[in-house]
Design a protein around this ligand. Structure first.
Ligand code: NAD
Length: 277
């Protein structure tokens, strides 16, 4: 396992497990399976409605809580009650501290929510606080008018949406980059079949998913792929036994379409749609 050191010195695993759309027993099983396969970082969110199941999966894995790195997100609909919501997340996850707590979207009153997170951080209930889906202008504005710099920005990032511009600003402010939808949510089959990806998969005896995840982690981007299939869960974690050359990294960088699948928070249609979530 490789790690990233956040700006406050906390070590964060570079590969974790995502739980979006997972629910019930299948979520519990998938989380326990992931941890038994070696994952230590588990990503959930209040909005996913599965923090309890993620917490149960963590408990059933039998691995010492102190070795794990749960990540959760406060939903923007609860931003006025961010502190209470976070305390509920702690109870759901069956823990008395969270390793990384994020604001899910830059919607609603996220300044008030950020200050609530700063308070929880100062009180030691969370080891690091960060944001998600923040565009560079929003991130810089939040940093300019608050005390704590977000340790992480979790944004959609994959082969077709590499986020070079966003990364430049994040690096400048020491905000670590975490990729969601690192496999394009499995909806972009052409990504898995890109000739450059297939050629590298063959050269290294790996799968397309492993090549794409390795590409991101080699750029220092943390990844949190989701799967319920034990073979894929194991495969998506087995990333650190090979290294892509500079030339190979450049070939994959050239496939960037700078096109998010899920959208950008400043899109009016997305803001309108978010009201239905
Ligand atoms: P993903 O890119 O992880 O893709 C998941 C899909 O890929 C699933 O359909 C899965 O079956 C398939 N898949 C997984 N491993 C595979 C493999 N080895 N070979 C072939 N197919 C494979 O998409 P995601 O779940 O949306 O993103 C990952 C995580 O990021 C989420 O689970 C969630 O935790 C987080 N997330 C955060 C936000 C946010 O707003 N912050 C938004 C979306 C997702």
């Amino acid at each position: 396992m490789e790690y990233l050191t956040l700006h406050n010195g906390v070590r964060m695993p570079l590969a974790g497990f995502g739980t979006f759309m997972l629910s019930g027993e299948s979520c519990v099983h998938a989380v326990a399976e992931a941890i038994r396969s070696g994952y230590r970082m588990i990503d959930t969110a209040e909005a996913y409605g599965n923090e309890k199941e993620a917490g149960e999966g963590i408990r059933r894995s039998g691995i010492d809580r102190r070795e794990l790195f749960p990540v959760t997100k406060v939903n923007f609909k609860s931003y006025e009650h961010a502190e209470e919501t976070a305390m509920q997340s702690l109870a759901h996850l069956q823990t008395d501290y969270i390793d990384l707590l994020l604001l899910h979207w830059p919607f609603a009153n996220y300044y008030a929510a950020w200050r609530a997170l700063e308070k929880l951080y100062a009180g030691g209930r969370v080891r690091a606080i960060g944001v998600s889906n923040f565009e560079p202008d929003q991130l810089l504005d939040l940093i300019a008018y608050n005390k704590v710099v977000p340790a992480v920005n979790q944004i959609e990032t994959n082969l077709y949406c590499q986020r070079g511009t966003e990364r430049g600003w994040m690096d400048k402010k020491q905000v670590a980059h975490m990729a969601y939808a690192p496999l394009g949510q499995g909806n972009r089959n052409e990504m898995f079949g890109e000739p450059a990806v297939l050629a590298l998969a063959e050269k290294y005896g790996r799968t397309s998913a492993q090549v794409m995840l390795r590409f991101l982690t080699q750029k220092g981007i943390a990844v949190i792929p989701r799967s319920t299939q034990p073979a894929h869960i194991r495969e998506n974690f087995d990333l650190f036994g090979f290294t892509l050359s500079d030339y190979e990294m450049a070939a994959l960088s050239a496939l960037d379409r700078r096109e998010p699948l899920i959208g950008r928070p400043e899109t009016p249609e997305l803001v309108e749609f978010s009201l239905t979530w």
